[in-house]
Design a protein around this ligand. Structure first.
Ligand SMILES: [Zn+2]
Length: 160
C-alpha cells in the first residue's frame, strides 16, 4: 500500500472503516469512515494528517440521502393515497346521504299525493252518495205517485 493509499472496509455489521498507513512512520492505521476528511494525529509518531476516504464517505452519505428521499417520497405517496381514500369515502357517504334524503322527500311527496287522492276520493264519494240519495228519493216519490194513481184508477173503474 502506498503512503497515500487507503482501503474502505464495509462490514455487514458495524460502521465502515478506512484502513491506511501513516504517511510519516508507515504504521497501519484505521479510522471510522465517518471521520474521513477530519484531522487526526498518528498515535505512533504524532504526525498530523487528514483521515482519507472522503469520496467513499460522500458516496455512502449520498446513497443514504437518496434512500431517505425515496422513503419520504413513498411516505408522501402513501399519505396522499390515504387522504384520497378518506376523501372518496366522505364523498360516498355524502352521496348516500343525498340519496337517502331524496328518497325521504320522494316518500313524503307520495304520502302527500296519496292523502290528497284520498281526500278527493272521499269528496267524490260523498257527492255520489248525495246523488244516489236524491235519485232514491225521486224513485220513491215517483213510485208512490204511480201507486196512488193506479189505486185511484182502479177505484174509478169500480165506481163505474
Ligand atoms: Zn505515524
Amino acid at each position: 500500500m502506498a503512503t497515500d493509499a487507503y482501503e474502505v472496509k464495509r462490514g455487514i455489521i458495524g460502521k465502515p472503516k478506512v484502513a491506511y498507513k501513516c504517511a510519516k512512520c508507515h504504521n497501519d492505521l484505521e479510522s471510522d469512515l465517518t471521520d474521513a476528511g477530519k484531522k487526526d494525529i498518528c498515535p505512533f509518531c504524532k504526525a498530523a494528517f487528514i483521515v482519507p476516504g472522503q469520496r467513499e464517505l460522500n458516496k455512502i452519505q449520498d446513497a443514504k440521502k437518496q434512500k431517505e428521499a425515496e422513503k419520504t417520497r413513498k411516505d408522501e405517496e402513501r399519505r396522499a393515497a390515504k387522504a384520497e381514500s378518506v376523501r372518496q369515502r366522505a364523498e360516498w357517504l355524502r352521496l348516500q346521504e343525498e340519496e337517502e334524503r331524496t328518497r325521504c322527500e320522494e316518500e313524503q311527496r307520495q304520502a302527500e299525493a296519496t292523502r290528497d287522492e284520498n281526500v278527493r276520493a272521499e269528496g267524490e264519494g260523498d257527492k255520489t252518495k248525495g246523488i244516489l240519495g236524491i235519485l232514491a228519493a225521486v224513485v220513491v216519490v215517483v213510485a208512490t205517485i204511480v201507486f196512488i194513481m193506479v189505486k185511484l184508477g182502479n177505484a174509478d173503474k169500480r165506481r163505474r
